[in-house]
Design a protein around this ligand. Structure first.
Ligand code: AMP
Ligand code: GLY
Length: 424
């Protein structure tokens, strides 16, 4: 089969590598990809939300399946675009249609969905500029800290956690009246604060059945000890040690089943990944958020632990035979450490030459923000490389990642030296 993967990060390099190992693969394409995907697939210089350009390359390259990495093309309706086009409608897209993508595209929608299907989540109410005063009154009924969420996509920045009522009211007005996040904060969800330990669980579903993929924990803050600004993710670990069988059973019964069957009941034909952000509150799971894609860098630790053929699973998603597919996970631990550009997540420079990657033998180097220029590999983003290792323990895997990082160099390279600090 010929497969097209949309996206350009470490997640997409991990998809590309895993799919390249499938016996069913003929040719692999990535749009737009990075220097890592270029080594094992053909990069196509198109934007993943330019549907007409995607159509052209799909037809020209006789693509048999499209795998969508990031949320933007899903929320913009890439799957619906395929279904409505006579030339494309037979080609399966791994990723939900617009209706399912709303689970990530609208916090208000996802809260309503959870409430309707009895899925445990923080209590909440939604407000608009017209109901600002009612928002203030609702805030007064809550205890600090206060959680405000822009309803729409806000590049991961739309959630504010505030310690005082005054600040919370001020920010609510900023979001609703002054459009702090543009149209994304035209509606704001205010919810109760959940106090616990965060983790993520990933589900692959064909709309009827599902496979539970390995759990993972990512490290979102730039600074050691989980301090400083939020990033896309500075590292990840899989599995999460405190997710024992008892906890995972609760997640499956209370969250995964009602989510998959709730989508079905609501007439939403969902085929793709569901990334469930969870809070473990004294042993009970609550949903913090849904994403309609895999996480990045979580994918870089989840996929290397999946022993089964990923393309075989995707075919099951496409033709709703996922329940027939075998699914095996390695018992090993995977860790990944992100190497980022100095300054990230604020302003940073690009086009720094990367050296030393070829010296790494016992870790997998996933490219994130990189590009190839003549025979050099240059930095091309905030998150540059993810160094993934497998081991018999978190310590062993981390030791391998950190040992190999020593071999890599680019100007102003930065990384967290304490990934897994809270778990080891
Ligand atoms: P989200 O974009 O919804 O994942 O929110 C970003 C981050 O805010 C999450 O990863 C949590 O760390 C935190 N967060 C979101 N909602 C809550 C909540 N209700 N209680 C505590 N922390 C939260
Ligand atoms: N690492 C978090 C995310 O992909 O949303």
């Amino acid at each position: 089969m010929n497969i097209l993967i949309l996206g350009s990060g470490g997640r997409e390099h991990a998809f590309t590598l895993k799919l390249s190992q499938s016996t069913k693969i003929n040719e692999l394409f990535v749009a737009p990809g990075n220097a890592g995907t270029a080594q094992i697939a053909t990069n196509l210089a198109i934007n993943p939300t330019d549907f007409e350009a995607i159509k052209k390359v799909v037809i020209n390259n006789k693509i048999d399946m499209v795998v969508v990495g990031p949320e933007a093309p899903l929320v913009a309706g890439v799957h619906d675009f395929f279904l409505s086009d006579a030339d494309l409608k037979q080609i399966p897209v791994i990723g939900p249609k617009k209706d399912g993508a709303l689970l990530e595209g609208s916090k208000d929608f996802s809260k309503q969905f959870m409430q309707k299907h009895g899925i445990p989540t923080a209590g909440y109410r939604s407000f608009t500029n017209e109901t600002l005063e009612a928002g203030y009154t609702f805030l007064e009924t809550l205890q600090a800290p206060y959680v405000l969420k822009a309803d729409g996509l806000a590049a991961g920045k739309g959630v504010l956690i505030l310690n005082s009522l005054e600040e919370a009211k001020k920010e609510l007005k900023e979001m609703l009246t002054n459009q702090k996040f543009g149209n994304a904060s035209a509606t704001v969800v205010i919810e109760e604060f959940l106090d616990g330990i965060e983790l993520s669980v990933f589900v692959l579903t064909d709309g009827k059945s599902y496979k539970i993929l390995p759990s993972a924990k990512d490290y979102k803050r730039i600074g050691e000890g989980d301090t400083g600004l939020n990033t896309g993710g500075m590292g990840a670990i899989s599995p999460v040690p405190f997710t024992d069988e008892v906890f995972l059973k609760k997640v499956e019964e209370r969250i995964i089943k009602p989510t998959v069957y709730g989508l079905q009941k609501d007439g939403i034909d969902y085929r793709g990944f569901i990334f469930i952000g969870l809070m473990n509150v004294n042993g009970d799971p609550y949903v913090i958020e849904y994403n309609v894609r895999m996480g990045d860098p979580e994918t870089e630790v989840v996929l290397p632990r999946i022993a089964s053929d990923l393309l075989d699973l995707f075919e099951g998603v496409a033709d709703q035979t996922l329940h027939e597919k075998s699914f095996e996970v390695s018992p090993q631990t995977a860790t990944t450490v992100m190497l980022v550009s100095g300054g990230y997540p604020e302003a940073y420079e690009k086009n720094k030459e990367i050296s030393g990657v070829a010296l790494i033998k016992d870790s997998i180097v996933f490219h994130a923000g990189t590009k190839k220029e003549s025979d050099k590999v240059l930095t091309n983003g905030g998150r540059v490389l993810a160094i993934t290792s497998l081991g018999n323990s978190i310590e062993e895997a981390l030791e391998t990642s950190y040992r190999n990082i020593e071999k890599v160099h680019f100007e102003k390279m930065n990384y967290r030296k304490d990934i897994g600090f809270d778990l080891t």
